[in-house]
Design a binder for this molecule. Structure first.
Ligand SMILES: [Zn+2]
Length: 187
């Protein structure tokens, strides 16, 4: 990882704490994954996300940095995810999701997680347009072909994930979210 300056005063402390409780190692899903080193209760914060490394024309990716580790946020903001959260794999039955608390993003347990479990998120949540790809998460409900956006999901998946969308995504796609809520109310 390149030497990157963090703009958040608490990030060093938070990341030290995060490192102590999470470990990055080979994953059966894909490449490296992030694994719990202790139990987490459902809804517990697992890690704070360091969004300080903006990627734009003035701060392009450097040699050794990968667009695969970028996250695409509100109003076109792109951030290069840091360690360890950049290694969180996608799953169609994710153990965690990303939540915004007081303007900062964190990874939250979606269910009880045991020490040794892989921390996974479903990349389709808050996804407003990307490439179509093949998932190999191994979950019994794996969707296989991952569509390009949250709004391309089957309606029942959108229903399940609607409460997990982050406020910026809901705000940015207000018209479609309102339409989705109407669609979900139809018998
Ligand atoms: Zn899958």
């Amino acid at each position: 990882m390149a030497n990157l300056r963090s703009t958040h005063p608490d990030s060093a402390r938070m990341k030290d704490g995060v490192r102590a409780m999470l470990v990055v190692r080979n994953s059966l899903i894909d490449g490296l994954g992030v694994f719990a080193q202790r139990d987490y209760a459902a809804a517990e914060v697992i890690a704070w996300i360091d969004d300080s490394r903006i990627v734009d024309d003035e701060h392009p990716l450097l040699p050794g940095e990968s667009a695969q580790h970028c996250d695409y946020l509100e109003a076109g903001r792109v951030v290069l995810m840091q360690e360890p959260e950049r290694h969180i794999n996608s799953s169609c039955d994710p153990s965690a999701y990303v939540r915004t608390v007081d303007g900062k993003r964190c990874v939250v347990a979606r269910r009880a997680i045991h020490s040794g479990d892989e921390i996974t998120c479903d990349y389709i949540i808050d996804c407003h347009g990307g490439r179509i790809w093949q998932c190999r998460c191994g979950s019994s409900r794996c969707r296989r072909t991952i569509v390009a956006s949250f709004f391309d999901l089957p309606l029942e998946w959108q229903r399940e994930y609607l409460p997990l969308l982050n406020p910026w995504f809901v705000k940015e796609h207000d018209v479609r979210i309102q339409q989705l809520k109407r669609d979900l109310l139809e018998p």
